[in-house]
Write a protein that binds this ligand. Structure first.
Ligand SMILES: Nc1ncnc2c1ncn2[C@@H]1O[C@H](COP(=O)(O)OP(=O)(O)OP(=O)(O)O)[C@@H](O)[C@H]1O
Ligand SMILES: [Mg+2]
Length: 229
């Protein structure tokens, strides 16, 4: 899916003041892109990714997905699109501690009612646990895993509904560099194999260098972009 932002603004009211988190962002993300959003703390990375992920509304400007303007859509319709097209990976993994690894990955299929029969769900979950190298940990709970393993479970969970876009806000920030690299190469592999678009934010030059499209945000504006052919 092609994502296009035009003159996107996000303003937060704080008492009588206003904070402009985004100040007119124009951006186009190609289908199947491996896109990194870089920039200092407070530059607007999370704000922009939440708007792309349809978790949050822009204050002004438009977002187009495959040419369709989704800016003014109703909450219900946004939720439907989010369930259908988008997967999320968070900095702090956000796995449910009382569920097993298998159950955590299966959960979006049960919630979204898109998972088919129990056997179909099992096949999909087992395939992804194999992909992320954790098939032998399916019965463990998240607390019994390392941070890097937990993040790989979170990636499997984000992918289970076959989203076209995965939004990952600092997915490697809580990992050491070894595990960060593992998570990143896993994302790249899935990007190559399934043409899933990945949009991930990071502070780390070693991580953003791996992207084929780097967006440098500064103070709510795109300062520069780098694209690899
Ligand atoms: N809910 C909110 N209410 C008020 N201001 C907010 C809110 N969320 C973000 N901001 C402000 O918007 C600006 C951009 O924040 P954002 O979280 O997008 O930055 P970021 O680039 O993700 O930073 P970090 O690298 O620290 O995660 C900051 O000035 C922040 O204080
Ligand atoms: Mg952030």
């Amino acid at each position: 899916m092609v994502i296009k932002l035009t003159n996107l603004w996000k303003t937060y009211p704080i008492g009588r003041l206003e904070v402009h988190a985004l100040k007119g962002v124009d951006l186009e993300i190609a289908e199947g892109g491996f896109v990194s959003v870089a920039g200092p703390s407070g530059s607007g990375k999370t704000t922009m990714m939440n708007i792309i992920g349809l978790i949050d509304n822009a204050s002004r400007g438009s977002i187009f997905i495959d040419g369709r303007n989704v800016t003014g859509q109703k909450r219900r319709e946004l939720a439907r699109m989010r369930r259908e097209f988008i997967g999320f990976v968070f900095q702090s993994f956000n796995l449910l501690p009382v569920l097993s690894v298998f159950e955590n990955v299966e959960l979006p299929l049960i919630i979204g009612k898109k998972g088919g029969s129990k056997a179909e769900r099992r096949d999909r979950v087992e395939y992804l646990l194999e992909e992320v190298g954790l098939a032998d940990r399916r019965k463990h709970t998240p607390m019994e895993l390392s941070g890097g393993q937990q993040q790989r479970v979170a990636i499997a969970r984000a992918l289970v509904t076959r989203p076209r876009i995965v939004i990952a806000d600092e997915p490697t920030a809580n990992l050491d560099s070894d595990n960060g690299e593992k998570v990143l190469s896993l994302m790249k592999k899935i990007n190559d194999e399934e043409k899933t678009t990945f949009i991930f934010s990071t502070h780390d030059p070693a991580i953003w260098q791996t992207a084929d499209h780097i967006v440098f945000l500064h103070d709510g504006l795109i300062q520069s972009e780098q694209k690899r052919p």
